[in-house]
Write a protein that binds this ligand. Structure first.
Ligand code: GAL
Length: 890
């Protein structure tokens, strides 16, 4: 590295005085690493004196349970991540002003320690505004009530609270010795989040706020670099970083800063009523390779694991409970293949290039064709020898290209990058997926046999399909249910009343109807209409406790015909939130419920202005107040047995007990038979549910990875309920008698609820002779120095079931010219007759296996001169289950 660039780097050794003093004291350092400093130059972060190319895995700790964390971190590491990145969720840590929570899913220090103990670094994005599809963008809702507050601008009350919380987190990390200079994993922090998107709305005060936030953060003496993402005016000593689907070509606002990609959107979030996003692995790998090709040095997958919005943490409006995100690790922490494996290979290829990538201050550029280009990194390696790595890109969306580079010919598939860790041999191409595909299977749960009679054992599969035959029900009152109500004139803003303690707010008023009105409506053949200027997210209208109708929308006009009787009528309006706004300027003013005026039209004597009426308010449900969903309190309520033939009814609580499924596979509840509501297991709020159907159109039949990705490309699940399966973390279950409680708003059939388990039941692989040799071979001695030829190494197919599972059968195997894709393979003209027995021999009964794709491995050449492919479809079963053996083909 040139001396001049070292000098240009921001030196974190110039520490604030307090920190310097602290450091001079004999402190016991964190035990994960030998204490090291982090600085940066224009090329990269400098970790312990060395530039690094880093891959980061976004994992949000409260979207999983502490019991899941070790596995998620281990899988991030195995997938090739060097860093774990998370936001800090203020609303979870300070649910009540001044009362902090760092327990359970919010045990941040525990999470950071687990990251450190696995040898990974941590990027902590404190925000404290985080967006993240999290309720209110991570702000605690009490923040709205701080007198004079305006969020995210030059406003004293806001700055005071923000500083208090950010300080709290930095101190927490320091006290737990989690910073790298203390031997902990924290190498980098973040202040604010994409403020650049909204800054203009705040005028000069926005600009001042950026400066304040930066200097406040730096003033905390954390001793590691801070980033601001999407902040083109980030001050000199804060790194501005890129977020997006592609960040190659991003230029920070100063030549002294490295190119960091804080959010690589590898999928997208989902709304109730929306289809499911899917970002193809080839395009994602292309985006990442292009980033490092064009000078990037740190890239974070947003998300590597998305997880679940448990409880009411989901943001909005209308974000679903699952935060799967189409991430490399799925909602339950299972590998999503081929994405996980294809990226693992990519990371291995980038790692091989790291010596050259850090040796060069900038790449050398070579145009290879109209849409083809090379970037070459070379220089002196650490041990003095020459190092060279090259990236060859074909950005043509349709055609593959033959290019010449350093006198050699290369074929580049469309929209792809080839990575050459030695500037000569291709180790990896982003469009050639060698990794297995896994098909998730969702099966009715199997329960331990021990406690069952013989008859039960025989019928257990049927029994298992539904969670229970015995359900209890409890009616939730329609309207005002308790004494803690109040009456006032006019329509109040929803959040001002609920403080977000519940989704629900009842409003009741009395409407008196004269004989004249009734005859007026009869004569005109028309009913009166409730009309509200603007509302969000759900409004349910009742007259005399009968539901007139429901309106769903985000600041939409609500028009609902209503029927009154002569005399006094109760008009009941229930406003509901489905995740508070998490994005945009002026969040504190956003509110929920009603805006503008509300009136009844069509009365004989003119409209009734409801905005001036006297309204009685009640926050939440009676069942919520009585905590009927908890193990401790539920029995105090007056539940009655639910008859199997009971017709679906609105506003009902249901409860039952269920046993925990056998094995270790993730557990889900299939709530597809229900309408809309919330669910709790053993008192743990597993989230909102809603069987709302996704739009019929918009899902492409085929998904073409080529060309720029947008969130509406390659979506699936059109015309089906957006979400029917809800994750119940195993750690929330005991072996039997788990209490399930549901609150159902619209009517559903609890008898059809089932408990299921999810696993990768089917694996497919398709690797041809033209695939590249396994990346691990590159580290065998002699490979890099050229004494061994890379061309002599055959590609391999790797298959692997989930932990605790083995390959129980090979359903298809053909080495030759097989046709079709996963699940629909068939043999082609050319087929090695021993394909099935060779693959079965290598794989059956094992958790993982690999097979060389070569004539040698298949003991013959089934068609000389033809490019051969190995295609395999395999099934996985739990390893303790040996019933498959009787069907084995081996
Ligand atoms: C970004 C934001 C993230 C997340 C993402 C979409 O703009 O910084 O927090 O909301 O969009 O998933």
């Amino acid at each position: 590295m040139a001396e001049s660039t070292r000098n240009a780097s921001f030196q974190w050794r110039i520490l604030p005085p307090i920190l310097a003093l602290l450091l001079s004291l004999p402190i016991v350092s964190g035990s994960f690493f030998k204490p090291f400093n982090v600085s940066y130059d224009h090329r990269a972060l400098i970790i312990a004196g060395k530039r690094r190319m880093l891959v980061s895995a976004g994992v949000h700790y409260p979207r999983a349970t502490p019991e899941m964390w070790p596995d998620l971190i281990a899988k991030s590491r195995e997938g090739g991540a060097d860093v774990v990145q998370t936001y800090v969720f203020w609303s979870g840590h300070e649910p009540v002003k001044g009362q902090y929570n760092f327990e359970g899913r919010y045990d941040l220090v525990k999470f950071v320690k687990l990251v450190g103990s696995s040898g990974l670094y941590l990027h902590l994005r404190i925000g404290p505004y985080v967006c993240a599809e999290w309720n209110f963008g991570g702000f605690p809702v009490w923040l709205r009530d701080v007198p004079g507050i305006e969020f995210r601008t030059d406003n004293e009350p806001f700055k005071k609270e923000m500083q208090k919380f950010v300080t709290k987190i930095v101190d927490l990390m320091r006290e737990a010795e989690m910073f790298c200079w203390q031997g902990g994993p924290v190498i980098m922090l973040q202040i604010e989040n994409e403020y650049g998107d909204v800054e203009k709305s705040y005028g000069q005060k926005g600009k001042d706020y950026v400066k304040w936030a930066a200097s406040m953060a730096l003033g905390l003496g954390a001793g590691v670099p801070w980033v601001m993402c999407k902040q083109t005016d980030a001050p000199e000593n804060i790194i501005d970083a890129c977020n997006g689907y592609y960040c190659d070509g991003f230029k920070p606002n100063s030549k002294t800063k490295p190119v960091l990609w804080t959010e690589d959107w590898d999928g997208w979030y989902t709304k109730w009523g929306g289809s499911l996003p899917h970002r193809p692995a080839e395009d994602l790998a292309f985006a990442v390779a292009r980033f490092y090709q064009r000078g990037g040095s740190f890239q974070n997958y947003y998300m590597y694991f998305g997880g679940t919005n448990f409880g009411r943490t989901s943001g909005g409006p209308f974000y679903i409970t699952s935060y799967d995100y189409d991430a490399p690790l799925d909602e339950y922490g299972l590998r999503s293949e081929p994405k996980w494996g294809h990226l693992k290979d990519l990371h291995a290829a980038i790692k091989l290039c790291e010596p050259a990538l850090i040796a060069a201050d900038a790449p050398q550029y070579k145009k290879l064709g109209s849409n083809q280009e090379a970037h070459i990194y070379h220089g002196a390696g650490e041990t003095g020898g020459k190092v060279c790595a090259a990236f060859l890109a074909n950005i043509d969306e349709h055609k593959s290209a033959d290019v010449k580079f350093n006198g050699q010919s290369y074929t580049l598939p469309p929209w792809s990058v080839s990575i050459l860790p030695d500037c000569r041999h291709v180790a990896y191409n982003t469009a050639k997926v060698g990794a297995q595909t896994s098909v998730k299977t969702v099966k009715p749960a199997r329960f331990p046999l021990g406690s069952m009679s013989i008859l039960q054992k025989v019928v257990r599969q049927d029994d298992a399909s539904y969670i229970s035959k015995s359900w209890m029900a409890l009616k939730e009152p329609i309207g005002i249910w308790g004494e803690n109500n109040f009456t006032t004139e006019g329509l109040l803003e929803h959040l001002n009343v609920t403080k977000d303690q519940s989704d629900y707010l009842w409003h009741k008023t009395r409407i008196s109807v004269s004989e004249d009105d009734i005859s007026f409506w009869k004569k005109n053949g028309a009913n009166p209409t409730l009309s509200v200027d603007s509302m969000r997210d759900v409004l349910r209208v009742f007259v005399n406790k009968q539901l007139s109708g429901s309106i769903v929308g985000h600041w939409v006009k609500a028009v609902q015909p209503v029927r009154f009787e002569q005399g006094n009528n109760d008009l009941l309006l229930l406003t509901q939130t489905v995740g508070l706004q998490n994005y945009g300027a002026f969040l504190e003013k956003d509110g929920a419920g009603f805006r503008g005026k509300a009136k009844l039209t069509g009365f004989k004597n003119g409209d009734v202005d409801l905005s001036k009426s006297s309204w009685t308010y009640q926050v939440g449900l009676k069942g919520e107040a009585e905590k009927v969903y908890t193990v401790e309190e539920n029995e105090k309520a007056e539940w009655s047995t639910l008859e199997t033939e009971a017709s679906p009814s609105i506003f009902m609580w249901y409860k039952t007990y269920f046993n925990t499924p056998d094995g270790t596979d993730p557990v889900v509840l299939d709530l597809g038979s229900m309408g809309k509501g919330q669910a709790w297991v053993n008192g743990h709020h597993i989230g909102r549910y809603w069987s709302i159907i996704a739009q019929k159109d918009g899902c492409d039949k085929t998904c073409d990875y080529r060309g720029a990705y947008t969130s509406d490309k390659c979506t699936t699940n059109c015309g089906k309920p957006t979400q029917t399966r809800y994750h119940v973390p195993r750690s929330w279950l005991k072996p039997d008698s788990n209490l399930l409680v549901l609150f159902e708003e619209t009517g559903g059939n609890p008898f059809k609820i089932s408990v299921k388990t999810v696993t990768s039941g089917v694996l497919c692989g398709q690797v041809s002779e033209s695939h590249y040799p396994p990346l691990r071979k590159w580290s065998t001695p002699g490979f890099m120095n050229g004494t061994m030829s890379i061309n002599s190494v055959a590609p391999e197919m790797h298959l692997r079931c989930e932990e605790g599972h083995v390959i129980s059968s090979i359903e298809f195997a053909s080495y030759g010219t097989p046709r079709g894709s996963c699940d629909k393979f068939s043999t082609g003209k050319c087929h090695a007759s021993k394909s099935l027995s060779i693959v079965s021999e290598a794989c059956q009964g094992r958790n993982s296996c690999f097979i060389e794709v070569s004539n040698t491995a298949f003991q013959s050449d089934p068609c000389r001169g033809t490019l051969k492919t190995l295609a395999v479809m395999a099934r996985c079963s739990p390893s303790q289950d040996t019933s498959y053996l009787s069907f084995s083909t081996a």
